[in-house]
Design a protein around this ligand. Structure first.
Ligand code: FES
Length: 166
């Protein structure tokens, strides 16, 4: 019951955003960003709702969601770890850092830990090449990361538990 009310509130918040758009044409990406911010991810029901509200085909919404890597159709962990696999990071051994994270968390790229605390993704260049290799956790950037730093970074967030400042 509580969850339903919660979902209703989220849809109401999204509708408020869409209704306030000065122009609905060309507002799809902006709306999807807002929807992902509100819901955390973009399941089919949310995509259909956006399609209905913007009066565009659901297939168009789905096409955009699957085209851009910053949209996700699956829920992510409370702490979203992104490992940069762009050229500058790759040549500075970001693969080893990624391997260490998969070992530490026992998950692969694109997965969440069973407790929902962490999710892991690999990205292309995040624009901080001077700090390569780079990882980010909920947008906070860690530069010149070595495989042996991984455990500390993970533990730092585990100790934060539910108190991240997202
Ligand atoms: S390649 Fe990793 S930040 Fe640019």
């Amino acid at each position: 019951m509580h969850e339903l009310k919660n979902a209703d509130q989220k849809y109401a918040q999204l509708d408020e955003f869409i209704d306030a758009l000065p122009e609905k044409d060309g507002a799809l990406i902006m709306t999807l960003h807002k929807a992902q911010e509100i819901f955390g991810y973009l399941p089919a029901e949310v995509q259909n709702h956006v399609a209905h509200k913007l009066q565009i085909p659901a297939s168009k919404v789905y096409g955009v969601v699957t085209f851009y890597s910053f949209f996700t159709t699956k829920p992510k962990g409370r702490f979203k770890i992104n490992v940069c696999m762009g050229t500058a990071c790759f040549v500075r051994d970001s693969q080893k850092v990624l391997d260490e994270i998969t070992k530490e968390l026992q998950i692969k790229v694109g997965e969440n830990t069973p407790d929902g605390l962490f999710s892991l993704d690999a990205l292309r260049c995040v624009g901080a090449c001077g700090l390569a290799p780079v990882i980010s956790v909920n947008g906070k950037v860690y530069g010149r990361v070595k495989p042996e730093d991984v455990r500390n970074i993970v533990e730092e967030h585990m100790s934060m538990g539910g108190n991240d400042d997202e």
